[in-house]
Design a protein around this ligand. Sequence first.
Ligand code: PMP
Length: 296
Amino acid sequence: MTLPGFDDRDGFIWLNGACVPWREARVHVLTHGLHYGSCVFDGERAYEGRIFRSKDHSRRLLRSAELIDMRVPYTIEQLEAAKSQILELAGGGNKYVRSFAWRGSEMMALGSQSAHIHVAVAAWPWPSLYDPKTKMRGISLDIADYRRPGPSCAPVQSKAGGLYVTATLSKHAAERKGCADALMLDWEGSVAECTGANIFFIADGILHTPTADRFLDGITRQTIIALADQRDIMVIDRRIAVSELASFSECFICGTAAEITPVSTIGSYRFTPGRMTQTLIDAYASRVREPDARIA
Ligand code: PMP
């Protein structure tokens, strides 16, 4: 069954303060965000009607905007209320929630300081990215040709649409080679993250993850570090060279959409998803469903 396009669904989208019928949530073609990449977004998951770490996502949306010189004209509390309303109208349950902001069509030139900042929230069903039955076999990653920009080239902690151009290019190139995703390196050639997920490795019962000062420090990544800490699993947060990949036995990627997804290959490097990955998958699956997870 093919689902209708994202512009042709039932339901409601919160747009600049009001819930509008899904098909009527439109923008004009002469919109700054469309031409110059001036938009930011956040991706969240609701489990059984509650958005996991919702406030952290709202905070990040405001911060992402600030980093690209945009001020979202809503408070965290207003965004929280908008997300709750849209989730409820979508029937609660397990949903993906997308909140986003962009420069509008009031001005159309690079300098658009007086263009309005528009905000929207939508929610839709989005099951696990990978089939739970085959998930432990692991996915294959390509190594992307494009690298993450250096901190002096772009505001890398912003989930700004423009920064995803090389991520899409890398994901498409990986898919053409039969891989699920691509590992991206930082500007110096150290391991960074995937196109829309962070990455962890395991060797001798210790977790290793690249330091997130050159790419997005994901909320799932932070949750996994906390979960590992509670279980006395050591986490080493450091620069990781590509040549070290051969020394790790397990690898997984993580993010709101990917949750925790085991990896079986990165280029010619092989990993065997095992006990520690499974332990963290189980711990994450119960953490996101805890009643207090919303306020974390
Ligand atoms: N890196 C990038 C580039 C991403 O787009 C995402 C998804 N938001 C992540 C990492 C993971 O972040 P989070 O765990 O907050 O979803």
